[in-house]
Design a protein around this ligand. Structure first.
Ligand code: NAD
Length: 359
């Protein structure tokens, strides 16, 4: 039966992938609540924005009356909470916004969800029984892995290193507490690094693709030996929908791509793909890898993250469809074929139009 999905942060990188997946491949309805910070881009949703099953509301998750109205008016069956400040470097430059959105905003949303769900238990017990609050978090809450074989599991202790990961850890604890104390039917997922189409060009992979295309330096932190487990964003979106619709209430699921790579390997693979795929290449042009430049490391930089995604595979039958090679090729091709999207991000014009209903 078609459900109403309330997605927070649906104009962001992962939220827009979830919205596109729901609108293209299911019958469900999507209500996208997004403040449209610098990271929110409605142009990532142009292919689905005309769907009669899609509604956009520009609002801040920290605004309690606005969130209460959204719940009352749209009566969601599932909340998928992705709205967050998400860039580690920005959290080092200015942590306050991270505490506000990621911690305070999550508590406001939890309270709005709890009020709605309690009222629903009286008015529509069947709908209340099916209600789910799915909080989308990161593997960065687990901190750093020292050994080369260790993996983060759902029971790994929290040890966040950056203001970003600490704020996400705080939000995870709030969600667990709202389940334990108030019985709110919650689910949590902790995911590894995503990459793919519509990724804001401040993050490693799109930044390297666009700098390589422009012949600009490719800045690699430290010695580039930091290891991340990369997950193609559309695989993540499919995993999230599986958890939101079939996961066990109160449980946590780790989601990873089985693709551990050093940052330097990632950049070198991008360089090879750009050399191969760019249309304007000249025989005498130096290889993109000649642009690699090592820069001072990020403070508190975690060395290795790696996910054991066995539980979601065993319990929900999810495995990623893309390998790193196939996903990265698709990503470079997407950036080559969608210059308008990223040029409008780079020159700021993507924030010119603010469509939708303000609350
Ligand atoms: P993003 O930065 O691309 O998007 C965040 C979205 O949230 C934007 O559209 C922004 O406008 C919106 N937003 C920010 N503050 C808001 C507020 N106060 N009220 C309403 N909307 C607000 O982030 P992303 O990469 O899509 O990540 C989505 C979620 O997934 C985040 O919670 C992040 O912590 C988590 N996550 C991301 C990754 C990754 O690799 N990108 C990995 C694991 C987990």
């Amino acid at each position: 039966m078609a459900k109403v999905f309330l997605i927070t942060g649906g104009a962001g990188f992962i939220g827009s992938a979830v919205a596109r997946e729901l609108l293209v491949n299911t019958d469900h309805h999507v209500v996208n609540v997004d403040k449209l910070t610098y990271a929110g881009n409605l142009e990532s949703l142009v292919d689905v924005a005309d769907s009669p099953r899609y509604t956009f509301i520009q609002a801040d998750i920290c605004d309690a009356p606005a969130m209460q109205r959204v719940f009352a008016e749209h009566r969601p069956d599932v909340v998928m909470h992705l709205a967050a400040e998400s860039h580690v470097d920005r959290s080092i430059d200015g942590p306050a916004e991270f505490i506000q959105t990621n911690v305070v905003g999550t508590s406001v949303l939890l309270e709005a969800a709890r009020g709605y769900w309690k009222a629903l238990q009286e008015s529509d017990p069947e709908k209340a029984a099916g209600f789910r609050f799915h909080h989308i978090s990161t593997d960065e809450v687990y901190g750093d892995l020292e050994g080369t074989d260790d993996l983060f599991t759902e029971t790994t202790s929290y040890a966040p290193s950056s203001p970003y990961s600490a704020s996400k850890a705080g939000s995870d604890h709030l969600v667990r507490a709202w389940h334990r104390t108030f019985g709110l039917p919650t689910l949590i997922t902790n995911c590894s690094n995503n990459y793919g189409p519509y990724h804001f060009p401040e993050k490693l992979i799109p930044l390297m693709i666009l700098n390589a295309l422009a012949g600009k330096p490719l800045p690699v932190y430290g010695d580039g030996q930091q290891i991340r487990d990369w997950l193609y964003v559309e695989d993540h979106a499919r995993a999230l929908i599986k958890v939101a619709t079939g996961g066990q209430v109160g449980e946590t699921y780790n989601i990873g791509g089985h693709n551990e790579k050093t940052n330097l390997e990632v950049v070198e693979t991008i360089c090879a793909l750009v050399d191969e795929l760019r249309p304007d290449v000249h025989g005498d042009q130096p290889p993109a890898s000649s642009l690699i430049t090592f820069v001072a490391d990020r403070p508190g930089h975690d060395l290795r993250y790696a996910i054991d995604a066995g539980k979601i595979e065993r319990d929900l039958g999810w495995v990623p469809e893309e390998t790193f090679e196939t996903g990265l090729r698709k990503t470079v091709e997407w950036y080559l074929n969608n210059r308008d999207w990223w040029q409008r991000v780079m020159d700021g014009s993507y924030q010119g139009e603010r469509l939708g209903v303000g609350v």
